[in-house]
Design a protein around this ligand. Structure first.
Ligand code: ZN
Length: 497
């Protein structure tokens, strides 16, 4: 357990007793802190600066042991965070700083040196501490000790206890989403996701859950979701998790969250090549993110009703698997020509999006590892964002910017609808021409959302990272989207109340 304490801003950082004191070199240079540190270090700081050993590049970190009397911290950690750095850059830089003192148990951070306001600085620091300490060692019989965080006490000099407590709720939810993502497909199938949703609901009096199997879906005309489920030997589950904030007014918005929960995607009969199969356990990342974000919304007591819908299934080439050329009828009556059984996510989402609208959602956000095209367009810094209502798209994108889960809006046009034309049905699930794959997939989903404000987040690339990838933190699931969704829910509740 990590104990977090805010320390009054008036307290001199040099007098805080701790194993390590993290401070922003860029800001310290401009203040009298630099001179005081230099005096405390008997002139060593200026000497190191002249020698070019104190970081100057954004996100660089340098550690100094401080046996001197005038400084209570046993180590100083200088991290360079420029004045114009945003939340994301600050998060990454602070994570590196925490990683450099992973074996230290009590760490203090001088928040006044960060280029962020009190609340954002507190949040960024708590997130960096907890996200960088995350490890997934459940399947190692001999967990490594190298690099494992020993942090047990975090002192926020000039921080806010209240903001820290809220940040802990959201970061813990993010790390739980990472756990779900990282679980291998033989340990996390659709039934296990459903079980997790049940545990979440049991933990909060304002949450309730419904789980349905394939018979329920087929009997109610969920033809698109059912088609994908066919190859998976009856394992598919529909999960509906509701947060009832007991809103006094019916005028309040109801947020619908929809997550893609393909616990393993082989591509179905259009089987992926061997290399394309590795990592397909992450195809349930959207589901993990919406479920854990809903838990955090309940834990924080946000004044907003939420209906979270997850379509959980395995996309397998089983004996009953659906075929290319099949024509299926979605829950909303639209007919779909299947051209590619690997474009299964949009089929599952189609019925879930239609359903969440029928349940009364006034605003909908779906989160899905949908297309590689999103990653080809934007790389691993931003998810792709699409929407049918600019004000709501701006709210969601802004929530991402404010929390470090960044998204970039891509176009959604009638030209993309034309590409989905079918010779035999209302639309195809994947056009023959490979143009604007992420936009076309989003435009497919739009056929199932009606007129209500809706945002689609394609997280195919940002949901997970490989060991080789640049950045910080453990490889595997990133929990991308939990922070964004909680912030968006909070802003939506505030905007209308
Ligand atoms: Zn697929």
């Amino acid at each position: 357990m990590l104990e977090i304490n805010a320390v009054a801003a008036a307290v001199d950082p040099l007098q805080v007793r701790c194993g390590a004191l993290i401070l922003n070199a860029a800001s310290a240079r401009r203040s009298n802190l630099w001179q005081r540190l230099n005096v405390g270090l008997n002139g060593r700081l200026d000497a190191l600066e002249t020698a070019g050993e104190i970081p100057r590049g954004q996100g660089e970190v340098c550690r100094l042991d401080t046996p001197e009397e005038g400084i209570q911290a046993q180590r100083l950690v200088f991290v360079e965070i420029g004045e114009r750095a945003g939340i994301s850059e600050t998060n990454v830089a602070l994570s590196r700083a925490f990683e450099s003192v992973a074996r230290v148990d009590a760490v203090a951070v001088a928040l006044a040196t960060l280029p962020l306001a009190l609340e954002a600085g507190t949040r960024s620091t708590v997130e960096a501490a907890l996200l960088s300490a995350y490890r997934f060692d459940r399947f190692r019989t001999q967990p490594p000790t190298l690099g494992v965080s020993r942090l047990s006490r975090l002192l926020l000099i000039g921080g806010s206890d209240e903001a820290a407590a809220a940040a802990v709720v959201v970061v813990n939810a993010t790390n739980r989403a990472r756990d779900l993502q990282n679980l291998p497909p033989n340990h996390l199938g659709p039934a296990d996701l459903a079980k997790r949703a049940t545990v979440i609901a049991d933990n909060h009096p304002r949450l309730s859950v419904e789980i349905h199997g394939e018979d329920w879906l087929r009997a109610r005309g969920w033809g698109a979701f059912s088609a994908v489920a066919q190859g998976g030997a009856g394992s598919a589950k529909l999960i509906v998790l509701r947060h009832d904030a007991a809103s006094p007014s019916r005028e309040r918005p109801v947020l619908g969250l929809v997550g893609k929960g393909i616990t393993f995607d082989t591509g179905g009969l259009v089987l992926k090549p061997a290399r394309g199969l590795v990592g397909m356990k992450f195809d349930m990342s959207g589901a993990a993110v919406v479920l854990e974000a809903t838990a955090a919304i309940a834990e924080l007591g946000l004044p907003i009703d939420v209906i979270t819908v997850v379509g959980a299934a395995e996309n397998l080439p089983g004996a009953g698997a659906y075929r290319p050329d099949d024509v299926i009828t979605a829950r909303n009556g639209r007919t779909i020509e299947v051209r590619d059984t690997d474009a299964e996510g949009r089929l599952v989402l189609a019925d879930c999006l239609d359903y969440v609208g029928a349940c009364g959602a006034t605003h909908v956000i779906d989160v899905a590892t949908l297309t590689e095209a999103a990653g080809i367009a934007l790389g691993d810094t931003h998810a792709a964002l699409f929407g049918n209502d600019q004000a709501f798209s701006d709210l969601v994108r802004g929530a991402g910017e404010a929390t470090g889960d960044r998204a970039w809006q891509l176009p959604l046009t009638e030209r993309h609808r034309e590409l989905l034309a079918s010779a035999v049905a209302d639309l195809v699930n994947e056009p023959a021409r490979r143009l604007a794959g992420a936009s076309v997939a989003a435009r497919f989903l739009q056929e199932f959302v009606g007129e209500r404000p809706w945002v689609h987040l394609d997280i195919a690339v940002v949901a997970s990272r490989s060991s080789e990838q640049a950045g910080t933190g453990a490889p595997g699931g990133t929990g991308w989207g939990v922070r964004l969704l909680v912030e968006a829910a909070s802003q939506l509740a505030a905007a209308v109340s």
